[in-house]
Write a protein of this length. Structure first.
Length: 132
C-alpha cells in the first residue's frame, strides 16, 4: 500500500493505466476509472461515493478531483494525452513559453501544453480538499 502513496501521476490510455511513481513506472491492464475504483475499495468506499461527496461538499460541477486518501488526490489534465496528477506530490507549476510544467517532490517534471492558469486552478481545486 505504501507504494501507492508515491504515485506522481497516472496516464490514461483508454484500456490501460500507466502509473508513474517515485519508484517505478507500471502498466495496469484496466482503464483509469477501474484503477481508481480499486484504490477506493481499499479505503472502504467507492469511486462514485467519493465523487458524489466532493461534488456536494465543494460545489464542484466539472473536473471533479478524485480523493482516495490524504496522500492520493488526483486531478485530471488533458495535454497531448490525458493525465491524472496526484496533487499531493506536486511542488510547483512553472510557466513556459508554450504551456506549463509540473514539478514533483522527487524532482520529476511533466511538460504540458496547458496554460499556467488552467493548470494552477485544477491543482488548487484538488488541494482545497486537504485544506478544509
Amino acid at each position: 500500500l505504501f507504494i501507492h502513496m508515491a504515485i506522481l501521476y497516472l496516464l490514461d490510455n483508454e484500456n490501460e493505466t500507466i502509473e508513474v511513481s517515485i519508484f517505478e513506472t507500471k502498466k495496469h491492464g484496466v482503464p483509469v476509472k477501474k484503477y481508481f475504483e480499486k484504490l477506493c475499495l481499499r479505503e472502504l468506499t467507492t469511486l462514485r461515493g467519493r465523487i458524489d461527496a466532493i461534488k456536494k461538499i465543494y460545489q464542484y460541477k466539472y473536473n471533479v478531483p478524485v480523493y482516495i486518501n490524504r496522500e492520493l488526490i488526483f486531478f485530471k489534465i488533458r495535454s497531448d494525452k490525458t493525465y491524472w496528477i496526484n496533487a499531493v506530490q506536486v511542488t510547483g507549476i512553472i510557466k513556459q513559453e508554450k504551456g506549463a510544467n509540473l514539478t514533483f517532490k522527487n524532482g520529476n517534471v511533466l511538460k504540458t501544453n496547458l496554460s499556467y492558469r488552467s493548470l494552477f486552478n485544477s491543482y488548487k481545486k484538488a488541494m482545497r480538499i486537504l485544506e478544509e
